[in-house]
Design a protein around this ligand. Structure first.
Ligand SMILES: [Zn+2]
Length: 488
């Protein structure tokens, strides 16, 4: 890749490399692998960004294209994350809007949608204003979109100010952290949100079944003596939500249900059937549920596809001698829990066949204090914005996923879920003349996940210490520099 980058504020003649937030005046990337999910095209090419606009996209052929491969420098549209927790207001020790947006940019994301489970919860527009103020003050050009809470204080009793939240730009309504408590409230929010044209984003978990649950129900949890977290808790919640959706559609034809972080074959099958029946259902899956499994809780560190036997069943990490780390690492504690290899394979299959519309990170940073506890008492969550691309590229490298599908699931897929509320870069292609909104990464360059390498305040990831493929070199959001690899 021959690369030149220049930028600065207008009138700042002769400026050299731009700083974060500044317009990219000139960027030329030659001999890269371009991925344009809107055009449905990928291959060798060159791009030129001038004054923040994607001025030229040139596809190379013949001799000019020789030697350019998808395992080198890749240019793709900026990634969109439907599900992040930025912890501000209320838990700035774990993350702030500024550190969260920096983490997004380092991960190649140019748009992120923050969940409403802050303190206070985003159940009225005043909280949106606070969060947006923090985003503006951060100087980051990464676009921050906001989900509003379904119920006041996420308490599950009374509907939040849905109309006001929609007017204030809510991209979804969600009590994420838990399911919408009662099916009656779920029915009401699907009705109202449907009239407002906003999707309901449901965290599918039957809370009665998961009371006290610690790790995915099965062999690993049994051996470790951890209380099982049943697959059925997710399947039941998904089927409940789909059934309620079907009953409100006659009255609210605009109702839309988005199921987030699905982790089980049963739940994904339910979505597959609902889609086949024509119901307006979408879903996302996380990198950790497709790449990691419950045997990580025992101390294994192999990828999910390596933990699957030829017979399609999960291998035994004890019999395989696959345990390389200490058991009970709370970095592996997440909701929904890391599942067995069969479920992880089903998540990957759903991503491949389009049942899963998007990959979302469920970026959930936590302080060390909140993670330094007995396994079952530690906070749930994995800091995921900066490792998402690496996990997906590991799947690509293992031929579990194509690069094109991975990019789609990070760009056009989530963009379609958001619809016309999805911010200013709607299409997510490499479109000449549009504001430059893209990520440049070296798929062949590895980097080591360390607390220092992460921009997030949350270093709570079981990938710590691991080498991941796909070093992000540059992220440009809406024509402005969002991230630049300091060593590139
Ligand atoms: Zn959740």
């Amino acid at each position: 890749m021959a690369e030149a980058v220049r930028g600065g504020t207008a009138g700042d003649a002769g400026a050299s490399a731009p700083r974060v937030g500044e317009v990219v005046e000139l960027l030329e990337i030659s001999r890269a692998w371009l991925v344009d999910p809107v055009a449905g095209r990928e291959g060798p090419g060159e791009i030129v960004v001038r004054d923040g606009l994607l001025e030229a996209v040139t596809w190379l052929e013949g001799a000019e294209a020789e030697g350019i491969a998808p395992d080198g420098v890749v240019v793709a549209p900026g990634f969109v994350d439907l599900h992040v927790h930025l912890r501000e207001p209320g838990n700035e020790d774990a993350e702030t809007v500024a550190s969260g947006l920096a983490a997004a940019a380092h991960g190649g994301f140019t748009t992120v949608c923050a969940m409403a489970n802050t303190t206070p919860a985003a159940d009225e527009p005043g909280v949106f204003a606070r969060v947006r103020g923090a985003a503006a003050a951060s100087g980051s050009p990464v676009e921050l979109l906001l989900h509003g809470a379904v119920t006041v204080g996420r308490g599950g009793e009374r509907l939040a100010a849905l109309g006001e939240l929609a007017d204030a730009g809510a991209v979804g309504f969600s009590d994420d952290g838990s399911s919408v408590k009662s099916p009656l409230i779920l029915r009401n929010v699907l009705l109202y949100a449907g009239m407002l044209g906003v999707p309901v984003v449901e965290h599918a978990e039957d809370a009665v079944m998961t009371t006290g649950a610690e790790a995915n129900e099965g062999y690993v949890a049994s051996v470790l003596g951890l209380k099982g977290w049943p697959v059925a808790a997710e399947v039941m919640a998904v089927e409940r939500a789909i059934a309620v959706l079907a009953t409100v559609l006659p009255d609210a034809p605009g109702a839309r249900l988005h199921l987030t972080h699905l982790s089980t074959a049963g739940a994904l099958d339910a979505v597959r059937r609902a889609k086949a029946a024509g119901l307006p259902v979408t879903c996302d899956v996380t990198p950790h549920h497709l790449g990691l499994t419950d045997e990580w809780v025992a101390g294994a560190r192999r990828w999910a596809w390596e933990a699957l036997g030829d017979d399609g069943a999960a291998r035994d990490p004890w019999a395989d001698g696959a345990l390389v780390a200490h058991p009970y690492s709370t970095a592996c504690r997440v909701n929904p829990p890391l599942r067995g290899a069969e479920d992880a394979a089903a998540v990957l299959a759903a991503l491949r066949d389009g049942t899963a519309d998007a990959v979302a990170t469920d970026h959930a940073p936590h302080t060390q204090v909140d993670k330094e506890a007995e396994f079952g008492l530690a906070a749930n969550g994995i800091s995921g914005l900066e490792t998402a691309l690496g996990v997906l590229l590991a799947a690509v490298g293992a031929r579990q996923l194509t690069l094109g599908r991975a990019v789609e699931a990070l760009t056009t897929g989530p963009s379609r879920v958001l619809g016309d509320r999805g911010g200013h870069i709607g299409a997510r292609g490499l479109t000449e003349g549009a504001a430059a909104d893209l990520v440049v990464f070296d798929a062949g360059a590895a980097w080591t996940v360390t607390a220092d390498a992460l921009a997030s305040r949350g270093a709570n990831t079981p990938l710590l210490g691991r080498e991941l493929p796909g070093r992000v070199l540059l992220t440009i959001a809406a024509g402005r520099l969002a991230y630049r690899d300091p060593e590139a």
